[in-house]
Ligand binder design. Structure first.
Ligand code: GEK
Length: 267
């Protein structure tokens, strides 16, 4: 069922519920117990087969508001998709936001592309969405190497945070350069608080969210260590400043829950 066919599904959406836009990849999902056992992966977090297999459960129990964000990406696409343009999802994982772009641009003859550099993720996205979204193009590549041209909606849904900070501006500049006038970038990120107090509160509440979703203290702390050198959160003001530097005349926060935020930046 698509969001546009059943607006009531927004109201029915609950904590952890499956968003319509990604039902294909979350139905029958496997529970994430990667960091629960004694043989938990050591070293830096990687998007391998083990992660891909539990990813829908992992992201929904780890990112507050994730299902709502996916639903709203569809609505943002419905409003901003321009006829005959490109809609591109950079760091698409299992294609939840890519399918939201496809649903949000139906009937507009758009090209919808999902990009990810993790083969395990992309293969699963392709398999899960082949039937429901045969028109999506899947590209296994680094987002830094992808050409972006004639786009009306570009999505970076929790992907920019995995690039070294000194490479983020260049990507945003290329996104800006590839957008049509009136086009948008949807940028979702885990953020750092503006000061130590704010950061402590947001981090504590995020951990409370994870505990409420069944993760143990040990799992939370092991995952945190695994992500420490891989996922580098910045302050909201740093993101806003960089978007402006990349050329975006305005960017607005449309979602925030604890230290997870999503902005829409317009060209
Ligand atoms: C969703 N957007 O479900 N090039 C290509 N892909 C990358 C790169 C890169 N340089 N770095 C990381 N990735 C998705 C969720 S997850 C967020 C995005 C998370 C990919 C990586 O392989 C992974 O699939 C994704 O970005 C990040 O809406 O796990 O917190």
């Amino acid at each position: 069922m698509s969001l546009s066919e059943d607006g009531a599904s927004i109201l029915l959406y609950r904590f952890g519920a499956t968003p319509p836009g990604c039902s294909k990849v979350t139905d029958g999902r496997r529970r994430d117990e990667l960091f629960a056992t004694a043989d938990a992966p050591a070293g830096d977090f990687v998007f391998d087969e083990a992660v891909a297999a539990v990813f829908p459960d992992m992201i929904q129990r780890s990112v507050p508001g994730y299902p709502a964000i996916i639903n709203m990406i569809q609505l943002l696409a419905e409003r901003h998709a321009q006829a005959g343009s490109l809609l591109i999802d950079l760091g698409c994982s299992l294609g939840a936001s890519t399918s939201a772009l496809a649903l949000g641009s139906r009937g507009k003859d758009c090209r919808v592309v999902g990009v990810d550099n993790a083969p395990a993720m992309l293969a699963r996205a392709q398999n899960a969405l082949r039937e429901s979204h045969p028109g999506i193009d899947w590209v296994c590549a680094d987002v830094r190497d992808i050409a972006i041209e004639d786009a009306s909606v570009v999505v970076l849904n929790f992907t920019l945070q995995f690039l070294p900070p000194n490479q983020r501006l260049q990507l945003l500049q290329r996104v800006y350069g590839g957008l049509r006038s009136g086009g948008i970038l949807i940028l979702s990120e885990k953020i750092a608080g503006e000061n130590a107090d704010a950061d402590r509160l947001l981090t504590d509440m995020h951990h409370a969210f994870k505990r409420a979703n069944g993760y143990s203290e040990l799992e939370i702390s092991r995952k945190r260590t695994a992500l420490e050198r891989v996922l580098l959160p910045e302050k909201l003001t740093a993101h806003q400043g960089r978007l402006a530097q990349a050329g975006f005349a305005r960017s607005d926060v449309w979602f925030q829950c604890f230290n997870f935020v999503s902005l829409v930046a317009r060209r």
